[in-house]
Design a protein. Structure first.
Length: 235
C-alpha cells in the first residue's frame, strides 16, 4: 500500500509539472548522445522516446482536442520516418523525419510560451517551462539544420572532417551555441541558406531571452503592487 501511494504521488507530481519531465528528458538526451555515437538504432530510439515525452508534455500543457490532432498530425509522420531511418541509410528519410520533428518542436515551444504568458502567477512548472522552451527551440533548429545539409550539401563545415556532412551532435551543439549567443561552436555555416537559418536562430534566442525577462519582471512588479494595495486596504 505504501509503495502504491508513493507511486501515485510521483505520477500526480509528474502531471502537475510536465515541463520538468520534458526538460530532464532533453538534458538526459544531451548526455546520452555521445555514448551512442552515430548509430542509427541508438539515435532513433532516443528520438522516438523524446517525441513521446514531447507529445505528453504538450497535451498536459494544453488539453484540447485541437492540440491532440495537431500532435498526431506532426508526431505520427516523425515516428514513421524515424523508423524508416532504421531500415535505410537514404538521406531522404532523415530529411523528412527531421523536417516533421522541427515543426513539432517549434509547435511545442510556442505552446509552452503561450502557456507561460497566459498565467498571471509564476508557478514552479512555468519556471521549468522557461528552460524547456529553450531546449525545444535548440532541438527544432538542429533538425532544421539536418534538413538544410541534405537539401544543400556542404552547408556546414568544421575544424574536423571539413568536407563531410555534420553529425547530429555537431548540429545540436551549433544550435545551442547560436541560440544562447555564446558563439563557441567550431561548426560554421558556409552556404547562404544555412547562414540565413543561423541568423534567424540568433534573433530568436535574443528575442526569447528579452521576452522571458520582461515577462518575469512584469509579473514580479504586478505582484508587488498587488501586495502593497492589500496592505493599504488593511490600514
Amino acid at each position: 500500500m505504501a509503495e502504491a501511494a508513493r507511486s501515485s504521488r510521483l505520477i500526480d507530481r509528474a502531471r502537475r509539472q510536465p515541463s520538468a519531465i520534458l526538460l530532464a528528458t532533453q538534458l538526459l538526451g544531451v548526455l546520452i548522445y555521445p555514448y551512442l555515437g552515430e548509430s542509427r538504432a541508438g539515435t532513433s530510439a532516443v528520438s522516438l522516446f523524446g517525441l513521446l515525452v514531447l507529445a505528453l508534455a504538450v497535451w498536459s500543457v494544453e488539453k484540447t482536442s485541437w492540440t491532440v490532432w495537431v500532435s498526431i498530425a506532426l508526431g505520427a509522420p516523425s515516428v514513421v520516418f524515424t523508423l524508416c531511418q532504421l531500415m535505410s541509410e537514404a538521406a531522404v528519410w532523415r530529411a523528412w523525419g527531421s523536417g516533421f520533428e522541427a515543426v513539432f518542436y517549434f509547435y511545442a515551444a510556442f505552446s509552452l510560451i503561450a502557456y507561460m504568458l497566459a498565467d498571471r502567477d509564476i508557478t514552479r512548472d512555468e519556471l521549468f517551462a522557461v528552460g524547456t522552451t529553450f531546449t525545444l527551440l535548440a532541438w527544432a533548429f538542429a533538425h532544421l539544420y539536418v534538413v538544410t545539409q541534405v537539401i544543400w550539401p556542404g552547408s556546414f563545415t568544421a575544424a574536423v572532417n571539413a568536407d563531410e556532412p555534420r553529425t547530429w551532435m555537431e548540429l545540436l551543439f551549433l544550435s545551442f551555441t547560436t541560440l544562447s549567443s555564446t558563439g563557441l561552436s567550431d561548426v560554421v555555416p558556409v552556404l547562404p541558406h544555412a547562414r540565413s537559418f543561423v541568423m534567424i536562430e540568433q534573433v530568436a534566442g535574443l528575442a526569447y531571452v528579452a521576452m522571458i525577462v520582461s515577462w518575469m519582471v512584469g509579473l514580479t512588479v504586478a505582484r508587488a503592487r498587488a501586495r502593497e494595495g492589500s496592505v493599504d486596504k488593511l490600514n
